[in-house]
Ligand binder design. Structure first.
Ligand code: TYM
Length: 334
């Protein structure tokens, strides 16, 4: 609790171009929850270097991501929007938690297996212990709730297990967090292969709608989305491409999938795909315009970075000091 409010933590990696999946699965829910909670939204740049990055490019992407959080509508005076690398407590707590995490637990992480297969020439220890850093991110702020897409559920389960393990040994140190998964949009699939998630790193650029895609590109990608030959608008697993488009449309318009099906009953896929394109454009266009405006205001963004790093450090260090004491590190002499 901070000032009587429950705490929310979430973050995104500044790697690759953000997709509509990131927006509908995470960022959109951040906006609806931000009044109710005391919120920390991190640009998790330390996570990004588990895969090789070009330094200048990483810095540029991280700043763009931080700007995008604000452009999406998160007020940086109320929400703590900051770079993970500006708060050294993340790495320090991650080290401590590493010593309470079993190799077997990390071996089971499907995202590690996927990434290790993709980057077979660089299976580094950071990639393996990545979920422990993620647990540290969340536990440092004593977060009650963590809004994420379904792909992060396994990492969140590990976080809960670590918090409980630590609490069992040392008493009530960490809040055990709950995941918040949105009703629609928690698992947006590729437009070209609905069995895969829409991903920043997909080689087929037509599978993903990027947040910075222009309206023509968005419409073209929606029109080309893979569907089926049933020619009947239904929301069911047997029509995964169509189901995905219904999810996208519903998440963008705030309708339920059932309402969407009723709206388009008896109409052709072509017509529906155009409506999906229009719904996506109506969500992304204002975001892009605000991003362009904010990006020019260097002094404003710099001031947010400075102020919020101070705030994040304050809360993170409070938890870190408590943990250091519990595990037996000597007291600091002032
Ligand atoms: P990342 O950067 O891959 O994704 C950011 C958020 O977007 C969600 N997401 C999706 N949701 C629905 N459909 C999709 N196709 C889709 N693709 C991505 C993700 O679930 C995530 O919520 N490890 C995290 C970053 C992280 C973090 C944290 C998150 C680090 N520390 C602490 C929460 C709390 C990651 O790589 O997300």
């Amino acid at each position: 609790m901070i000032d009587g409010k429950k705490v929310l933590f979430s973050g995104m990696q500044a790697t690759g171009n953000l997709t509509l999946g990131n927006y509908l699965g995470a960022l959109k829910n951040w906006l609806t929850l931000s009044d109710e909670y005391e919120c920390f939204y991190s640009v998790v740049d330390e996570h990004s270097i588990t895969v090789r990055q070009d330094p200048a490019e990483l810095r540029r992407r991280a700043r763009n991501l931080l700007t995008l959080y604000i452009a999406a509508g998160l007020d940086p005076k109320k929400n703590c929007i900051y770079y993970q690398s500006h708060v050294s407590a993340h790495a320090e707590l991650a080290w401590i938690l590493n010593c309470y995490t079993y190799m077997g637990e990390l071996n089971r992480m499907t995202q590690f297996k996927d990434k290790a297969a993709k980057h077979a020439d660089n299976i580094n220890a950071g990639l393996f212990t990545y979920p422990v850093l993620m647990a540290a991110d969340i536990l440092l702020y004593q977060a009650d709730v963590v809004p994420v897409g379904i792909d992060q559920m396994q990492h969140l389960e590990l976080t809960r297990n670590l918090a409980e393990r630590f609490n069992n040994i040392y008493g009530n140190v960490f809040t055990v967090p709950e995941a918040y998964i949105g009703k629609v949009g928690a698992k947006i699939a590729s437009l070209q292969d609905p069995s895969k998630k829409m991903s920043k790193s997909d080689e087929n650029v037509n599978g993903s709608i990027y947040l910075m895609d222009d309206p023509d590109t968005i419409m073209r990608k929606c029109k080309r989305a893979v569907t089926d030959c049933e020619a009947h608008i239904c929301y069911r697993d047997e029509q995964p491409g169509l189901k995905n488009l219904i999810n996208i449309y519903s998440a963008c318009t705030g309708k339920t999938p059932e309402e969407t099906v009723l709206e388009f009953e008896g109409r052709g896929y072509g017509e529906f795909k155009i409506a999906v394109g229009e719904a996506v454009i109506s969500v992304l266009k204002p975001l892009q315009d605000e991003f362009a405006r904010l990006s020019k205001d260097k002094a404003y963004i710099d001031s947010i970075i400075k102020e919020n790093a101070e705030k994040a450090n304050y809360y993170a260090n409070k938890t870190l000091r408590k943990v250091q004491k519990k595990v037996g590190f000597p007291e600091r002499i002032r």
